[in-house]
Design a protein around this ligand. Structure first.
Ligand SMILES: NC(=O)c1ccc[n+]([C@@H]2O[C@H](COP(=O)([O-])OP(=O)(O)OC[C@H]3O[C@@H](n4cnc5c(N)ncnc54)[C@H](O)[C@@H]3O)[C@@H](O)[C@H]2O)c1
Length: 296
C-alpha cells in the first residue's frame, strides 16, 4: 500500500493524514471545504514543529512529510489511485453511507475502505458498498500523531485478509492495533462516553463546577485530563452523536445524552473547535491549552 486517501480534514482527518505522511505514505487529503484543508495543513505544520522542538524530527523530515500530502476538494480526483481510503468525515450515518457508496464506485477494486467512525455500525456502512469484505473500522484516537491505540473493528462481512492488512499497516504507523467486534461505540466509546455523560450530569445536577469535576478525576483518578475538558477536545457534537448511536443501538436509557450536552451543541458550543465548550478557548487561551495537551 502506498497511496492513502483521507476523507475529512477536521480534528481527526488532519492527524490521520499527518501520521500516514510521516510514515512515508503518499496522502491525498479530501474535504468539501478548501478552508478546512488550509486549516488542516496549518495544524499539521504546527504539530510537526512541536515534534521538532522535542528533538524527535528533523527539518528535512518535516519537509518530506508535508511533501507527501496533497489536498483535494473533489473526491473524484483523489479516489481512483487509492490503495486505502480512510474516511474521517462528520459523525453522521447518512453522510457516511453516501460517502461509502461514492468511494465504492470511484476506488480501484482492490482498495480497502476504512472508516474512523467512533460508533456507527461498520456492518451497516459496509452494506452500502459492493465490497463489504473490504470495509473495516480503523478508529484512531485524538491527537492521532501522539496516541498509540487504533481500534480495528471487524464488520460482519470483513474478511480476514482485510483485517490482517489493516492490523499490520497500523503497526507500520507505529501504533498498537487492538481487535474489536462491531457493536455500537465499540470498546473505547462504550466505556468513555458514559463517563463523560455522567460528568455532564454531575454538573447539570449542581453537584460541583466544571473545574472541580475535572480536578476530582485528574487528581483523584490520575486521569491526564478531566472528562469535561476531554469532551471539549473530542468535540461536544461528536460526543452527542456517539451517545445517540449507543442509545439507539442498545435501546438503553443509560446512554441517553444529558440535556445540557444537547443544549450546548444546539447553541453551537462544540468545545475547542468552536472556541467554547465547558472551557473558553478564545485565541490566546486556545493555543496555551492545545500545546500543553500536545507536549504532555
Ligand atoms: N474528535 C475525536 O476525538 C474523534 C476521535 C475518534 C474518532 N472520531 C471520528 O472521526 C470522524 C471525524 O471526526 P472529527 O472530530 O474529525 O470531525 P470534525 O467535525 O472536526 O471534521 C469533520 C470534517 O469532515 C468534513 N466533511 C464533511 N462532509 C464531507 C464529505 N462529504 N467529504 C469530505 N469531507 C467532509 C468537514 O468539512 C470537516 O472538515 C467522526 O466519524 C468521528 O466520530 C473523532
Amino acid at each position: 500500500m502506498k497511496n492513502i486517501v483521507v476523507i475529512g480534514a477536521g480534528t481527526m482527518g488532519n492527524g490521520i493524514a499527518h501520521t500516514f505522511a510521516q510514515s512515508g505514505f503518499q496522502v491525498s487529503l479530501v474535504d468539501v471545504k478548501q478552508d478546512n484543508l488550509d486549516k488542516a495543513l496549518k495544524t499539521i505544520t504546527t504539530n510537526l514543529d512541536r515534534i521538532i522542538a522535542k528533538g524527535n524530527l528533523t527539518e528535512e523530515e518535516k519537509a518530506k512529510t508535508l511533501g507527501n500530502i496533497t489536498t483535494f476538494t473533489d473526491l473524484k480526483e483523489a479516489a481512483p489511485n487509492a490503495d486505502l481510503i480512510v474516511e474521517a468525515a462528520t459523525e453522521n450515518l447518512d453522510l457516511k453511507l453516501k460517502i461509502f457508496k461514492q468511494i465504492d464506485e470511484l476506488a480501484p477494486q482492490n482498495c480497502i475502505l476504512a472508516t474512523n467512525t467512533s460508533s456507527i455500525s461498520i456492518t451497516q456502512i459496509a452494506a452500502a458498498t459492493k465490497r463489504p469484505e473490504k470495509v473495516i473500522g480503523m478508529h484512531f484516537m485524538n491527537p492521532v500523531p501522539i496516541m498509540k491505540l487504533v481500534e480495528i473493528i471487524k464488520g460482519y462481512s470483513t474478511s480476514k485478509d482485510t483485517f490482517d492488512m489493516i492490523f499490520e499497516m497500523s503497526k507500520q504507523l507505529g501504533k498498537v492495533p487492538t481487535e474489536v467486534n462491531d457493536y455500537p461505540g465499540f470498546v473505547a466509546n462504550r466505556i468513555l462516553m458514559p463517563m463523560i455523560n455522567e460528568a455532564i450530569e454531575t454538573l447539570y445536577n449542581g453537584v460541583a463546577g466544571v473545574e472541580e469535576i475535572d480536578t476530582v478525576m485528574k487528581l483523584g483518578m490520575a486521569h491526564p485530563m478531566g472528562p469535561l475538558q476531554l469532551a471539549d477536545f473530542i468535540g461536544l457534537d461528536v460526543c452527542l452523536a456517539i451517545l445517540n448511536v449507543m442509545y439507539d443501538g442498545f435501546k438503553n436509557p443509560k446512554y441517553a445524552p444529558n440535556p445540557l450536552l444537547v443544549n450546548m451543541v444546539m447553541a453551537g458550543k462544540k468545545g475547542v473547535k468552536s472556541g467554547e465548550g465547558f472551557y473558553d478557548y478564545s485565541e490566546s487561551k486556545k493555543a496555551e491549552k492545545v500545546s500543553k495537551m500536545f507536549l504532555k
